[in-house]
Design a protein around this ligand. Structure first.
Ligand SMILES: [Zn+2]
Length: 163
């Protein structure tokens, strides 16, 4: 087995099924959930080749990020899928459109940074306590507001926000 094949094989079917199941709970359509997962996989496959990194790591972080985005912004699911199809990422993606507009329109409350990470927070629902939480942070440039952190659990969907 070549090294490249080894790297590929580290992403298990279980991980991919997990993402499909998460997506299914949102779109309630098995073939649509599989289609979205395939788009996520293809993007991760391409990114891991471009960055010469392990597809498993890319998939776990990017896959959870996309689930988090879709759970957080269910009304934007079409735009999120469109971004995946067109290979549009991060700050340029539709998720951040509101923030981009705000940045242009409100000088005193400019958003200076947003980060999306997995594994930092534990779900606040006691029966769940999952570490598979997605979070985004928005930092306002004005001193009185500071950070707002939005967390969502990818296991049970519980959301919590703190400043
Ligand atoms: Zn949870």
């Amino acid at each position: 087995m070549s090294p490249a094949t080894n790297t590929r094989s580290e992403l298990t079917q279980e991980s991919r099924d997990y993402v499909v199941n998460q997506l299914f709970q949102i779109v309630l359509n098995q073939s649509e959930a599989s289609r979205i997962e395939k788009l996520i996989y293809d993007v991760c496959d391409q990114l891991s080749k471009e960055e010469s990194c392990n597809i498993k790591n890319k998939y776990v972080s990017y896959g959870y990020q996309k689930i988090g985005e879709i759970i957080s912004y269910p009304t934007k699911i079409k735009e999120i899928i469109n971004d995946l199809e067109k290979y549009i990422f991060d700050w340029e993606s539709s998720i951040f459109e509101d923030y981009r507009q705000k940045e242009h329109s409100d000088i005193n409350k400019q958003i200076v940074g947003i980060t999306v990470k997995v594994g930092v927070f534990v779900c606040q629902k006691k029966e769940c306590s999952s570490k598979k939480c997605f979070y985004s942070q928005v930092q306002s440039r004005s001193n009185d507001e500071g950070f707002t952190t939005n967390v969502i659990c990818t296991e049970c969907g519980t959301r919590f926000t703190f400043n």
